[in-house]
Design a binder for this molecule. Sequence first.
Ligand code: URA
Length: 274
Amino acid sequence: MPSDPQRAADLAALAWLIELGADEAIGDVPVDRTALPERAPWAGALAVAATAPPASPALAPPAPAPAAPVVVPPAGAEGEAAARLAEGAGDLAALAAAMEAFDCPLRAGARRFVFADGTPGAPLMVVGEAPGREEDIEGRPFVGAAGRLLDRMLGAIGRDRAEAAPERAVYIANVLPWRPPGNRTPTPEEVARWRPFLLRHIALAAPRVMLVLGNTPAQALLGQGGITRLRGRWTEVEGRPALPSFHPSYLLRRPEAKREAWADLLEVRARLGG
Ligand code: URA
């Protein structure tokens, strides 16, 4: 029997937690969940929209993916054509026209070209992966379940794609403008093909801060995946501060990641001066 009563109580509490199945640490630092000041305002949406069964509190976060660069430069003539077309676009309308005309096998299987939404020139630019089914039908990025969650997340930091005022506005685009068949993850070749256009898109939209959602835009813009490791750490993309974070689709599947996503959003808001 331990002589220290506090120690005995702690050991009993630990035994009780282990009995409940909470036998694995899920973070690097302890969190007093009884004293958390702020709850992500969009957390409810996650619970409603989640399709996966609720995560066990004992579930460890996914292991970070290896940090190897995965962007394959587009080969020869194709890479040169993409770079020339992108560089030649003097404004966003010209860039959209050049992208829509650019030869890509994905075009044959997609319905609509999806360029961007929100306010060009907004201080915040969000970069996602590629259109899904709803986006392919509507021709606008992030209008499906993940998009509705994204809207709530952005709303929680005072941003709205329908608002033009700089203190409220946001601009939203994807790495790919065409839907990959069956919503599969874009291949490294596809990411590389569209990268010159994405870089030009960023230069023309000229955001002050960027939010990079998920592995695909991280691969395109940071040259590496492994969003679990990258998220929450500021980096620079084309001379602009960029914060990688979880993609809303991932948050729909893994609601336990919402706390980190919320921390990232607060970082973005602070960086924007809000
Ligand atoms: N996911 C994305 O990354 N982009 C969209 O436009 C929709 C879903």
